[in-house]
Write a protein that binds this ligand. Structure first.
Ligand code: ATP
Length: 594
C-alpha cells in the first residue's frame, strides 16, 4: 500500500469522533491492506511500531525532528519553533512548510510505500550509541525529502509520539471481528487471541491469513505477556459468597505491584500489569525466580510487595517507586527489597493452564514454587461462612494488606485473560465503611489555576471508562490532594497530551480550559457518589436526567502509570458503588468505620 493511501485513511479517521464510523474506516483499511503489511499498519495506526511488550518506542524529541525539517526545507530552527508555538502541532507545521518549499522535488521521487516508511522509522528507533543523533536526523531528513506534505504530517506525529487518532486496541479488534468474523462468537475469539498475546499486530495478521481459525491458532507464548485477569468488587461478605455459589478461596490482597513472570530455563522476563517489560527493575526477582521456580518453562503471576529490610514487614505500594529508575537499580533492590506472593499459573512447561480450574492451577503453582521467607504463595483459606470471611478480611488488613480477593473455585473458575469478572471479587475494608473506595480515573481536561497556581493547571477534569461503548465519560473535577510538585508535574505531563478539540472517545458537556487525550490515570478518593446533571458518566442509568459524580474528590497522590486508560474504573463499577452505597450497611461488631 502506498503511504499516501494510509494517510488518506488517517485523515478520514481524524475527521470523526464516532466510534462506529472509525470502525468502518478501519474495516476498509484492513480490507485493502496486504498480508505482509497489515500488522505494521495496525501498529502505526496506534502510533507505535511494536506492541508495548517489545519496548521499542519511537519517541523522538521534537528538537531532533525540527533539525530534520530544517535540513529538508531550509527553514531556520527558530522559525519552525515559532510556528510550532503558534500551531501547537509539529506535524501540521511540517505539512505547511513542506507545501511551501517542496512542490517540485516531490515530482521526481518515487511514491513512498507503507513498508518504506515503517522500515525507516524502525531503523531510527533502533539507532543508539555514538553518532546516533546525527544518524537519526539524516535518516529522517531523507525520509521527509521523499514525503508529500501531508505524509510528512503523519511521519512527524508518529516520530514524536503524537499520533492521536483516537483509535484504541479494542477499536481494531472490533473492526477485524466484523471483517473476518461477523458474529458475536467470532468477536470473543478475536478478543481472546488479543488478550493472551497482547499483540494487535499478530491478531490482524492471523485474521487476514486465515480468518477466525487464524485467531484461534494464537496461543499463550513465553516472551509475550497475557493481559491480566481482574476482579469485580462487592461490599458484603454474604453477597460475595452467594455470587460464588456459597464457597470461595479468600486470598490476601497484597498492596504491591503485579508481576507476570516468564521463565524459559535461565531466561527470565518480567512484565508489568500493562504488559511492559520491566525486567531491569527487578534484578533480585530475576535471580530468585531462576533458582526458586522449579519448572523449565513457566508463566506465573505474583504480587511483589516492598518490605522493611530489617523486619520483613510489608510496606505500602509507593515504596516500589524507588525501582522505577534506569540506573543504580541493583542498589535500589538492596535498599528496598521485595517479597513475592504467587497467585496464579498460566503455563507450566508445555502445558497451557488457562482453562483449568483455580484450585488445580494453584496446586501446580504450589509444587513449583520453592518457598522461603521472601517467596511464597498468597495466604489463603477456603470460606463458606460470611462471618469467617469478614474475620479473614480484617486479619488481612491487620497484616498490612488492602483486604482480600475471594475467588471462584468451581469447575468454571478458569483464568480469563484481560477480563474483569465475577470469578474474582475484591473485598476491602474501605467498602464496609461509609467512605467509598478509591477510583482510578482518566484525565480528559484541565483548568488553569489562580494565584500561586497561575500559569499551571490547578484542577483536572476526570472520566470513568464506559467499557461497552469504549468511551471516557466525565465524572468530576479534582483540585485537591495535589502537592506543589504535583502541579508542576501535572502541567508538564498534560501539556504533552493537550489537543485543540474534545478528543475522540471523550464524552463531556463540561468544557475545560484545555482538552487532553485520555491517557493519564489518577487515583481519586471521594466521600460519596451522587447524582449530577452536569457529568455524563452513567447518564440516564440511575435517573433520567442525571449522570453520576464524585462528591469531595481528592487526589490520593498515586499516579497510576501502571494502568492504561482502558484499565480505569468503569462506569458499571461506579454504578455498582452507587447502588451499594444506598444499601444501609450495618457496621458489624468488629468493623469500625474508617
Ligand atoms: P487496584 O486498583 O485495587 O490495585 P486493579 O484495578 O489494579 O486494582 P483489581 O482487579 O482491582 O486490579 O485487583 C487485582 C489486583 O490486585 C491485581 O492486579 C494484583 O495486582 C493485586 N493482587 C493482590 N493480591 C492478589 C491476589 N491474591 N490475587 C490476585 N491479585 C492480587
Amino acid at each position: 500500500m502506498e503511504f499516501l493511501t494510509l494517510v488518506n485513511y488517517y485523515e478520514q479517521l481524524e475527521a470523526t469522533t464516532k466510534r462506529l464510523e472509525m470502525r468502518d474506516i478501519l474495516i476498509q483499511l484492513f480490507k485493502e491492506a496486504e498480508l505482509e503489511e497489515i500488522d505494521k499498519i495496525a501498529y502505526l495506526t496506534l502510533g507505535t511500531l511494536y506492541p508495548a511488550y517489545v519496548g521499542i518506542e519511537l519517541g523522538v524529541a521534537e528538537k531532533l525532528a525540527i533539525r530534520a525539517l530544517k535540513m529538508v526545507t531550509g527553514f531556520d530552527e527558530s522559525k519552525i519553533e515559532e510556528l510550532l508555538n503558534k500551531i501547537g502541532d509539529l506535524g501540521q507545521v511540517a505539512e505547511n512548510i513542506l507545501s511551501q518549499k517542496k512542490s517540485q522535488l516531490v515530482l521526481f521521487t518515487q511514491p513512498l510505500s507503507v513498508l518504506d516508511v515503517y522500515n525507516k522509522l524502525d531503523k531510527v528507533a533502533k539507532m543508539s550509541g555514538e553518532g546516533a543523533i546525527e544518524n537519526k536526523v539524516k535518516t529522517l531528513a531523507g525520509l521527509l525529502a521523499q514525503a508529500q506534505p501531508k505524509e510528512a504530517k503523519y511521519i512527524i506525529r508518529l516520530l514524536t509520539g503524537k499520533m492521536r487518532l483516537g483509535v484504541a486496541d479494542m477499536t481494531i479488534i472490533d473492526a477485524v471481528s466484523m471483517l473476518f468474523g461477523g458474529t458475536k462468537e467470532a468477536r470473543e475469539v478475536f478478543e481472546r487471541a488479543y488478550n493472551i498475546s497482547s499483540d494487535i499486530g499478530i491478531v490482524v495478521r492471523e485474521a487476514k491469513k486465515s480468518g477466525i481459525d487464524g485467531a484461534r491458532s494464537i496461543k499463550l507464548s513465553i516472551g509475550r505477556p497475557a493481559r491480566p485477569m481482574l476482579a469485580e468488587r462487592l461490599s458484603d461478605s454474604k453477597e460475595i459468597l452467594e455470587k460464588l455459589g456459597g464457597r470461595g478461596l479468600a486470598e490476601y490482597k497484597y498492596d504491591g505491584e503485579r508481576l507476570q513472570i516468564h521463565k524459559n530455563d535461565s531466561d527470565i522476563i518480567i512484565f508489568s500489569r500493562r504488559q511492559e517489560n520491566i525486567t531491569h527493575q527487578f534484578p533480585d526477582v530475576v535471580e530468585r525466580c531462576r533458582s526458586r521456580l522449579r519448572a523449565r518453562k513457566a508463566i506465573v503471576e505474583c504480587e511483589a510487595v516492598a518490605v522493611e529490610p530489617d523486619t520483613g514487614d510489608m510496606l505500602p505500594f509507593q515504596e516500589l517507586m524507588h525501582r522505577r529508575r534506569k540506573y543504580d537499580v541493583e542498589k535500589a533492590a538492596q535498599l528496598y527489597p521485595v517479597s513475592l506472593f504467587f497467585f496464579d499459573a498460566l503455563l507450566i512447561n508445555d502445558e497451557e493452564l488457562l482453562d483449568r480450574p483455580l484450585l488445580e492451577r494453584r496446586s501446580i503453582l504450589d509444587e513449583i514454587v520453592d518457598k522461603s521467607e521472601d517467596i511464597s504463595l498468597t495466604k489463603a483459606i477456603e470460606v463458606s461462612d460470611p462471618e469467617a470471611l469478614d474475620r479473614y478480611m480484617l486479619k488481612a488488613v491487620e497484616d498490612g494488606c488492602e483486604g482480600v480477593i475471594v475467588k471462584d473455585i468451581s469447575p468454571r473458575s478458569i483464568y480469563t485473560a484481560g477480563a474483569r469478572g465475577w470469578l474474582w471479587i475484591k473485598y476491602k475494608r474501605s467498602y464496609v465503611s461509609k467512605l467509598i473506595d478509591t477510583l482510578d480515573l482518566v484525565v480528559i481536561g484541565a483548568f488553569y489555576g489562580k494565584g500561586k497556581r497561575s500559569g499551571k493547571f490547578g484542577t483536572v477534569l476526570v472520566a470513568a471508562y464506559d467499557k461497552s461503548m469504549d468511551m471516557f465519560r466525565s465524572i468530576c473535577k479534582v483540585g485537591t490532594g495535589f502537592k506543589d510538585e504535583d502541579f508542576d508535574k501535572l502541567t508538564e505531563m498534560l501539556k504533552q497530551l493537550a489537543v485543540p478539540h474534545k478528543p475522540p472517545r471523550v464524552d463531556s458537556t463540561m468544557v475545560p480550559d484545555v482538552w487532553v487525550m485520555p491517557q493519564l490515570v489518577l487515583e481519586i478518593v471521594g466521600d460519596e457518589i451522587t447524582l449530577s446533571p452536569v457529568h455524563t458518566a452513567g447518564f440516564g442509568k440511575i435517573a433520567k436526567d442525571a449522570g453520576l459524580a464524585i462528591r469531595f474528590p481528592r487526589f490520593t497522590g498515586r499516579y497510576r502509570f501502571d494502568k492504561a486508560p482502558e484499565d480505569a474504573t468503569t462506569i458499571d463499577e461506579v454504578i455498582e458503588m452507587y447502588k451499594s452505597q444506598l444499601k444501609v450497611i450495618q457496621p458489624k461488631e468488629e468493623v469500625e468505620p474508617t
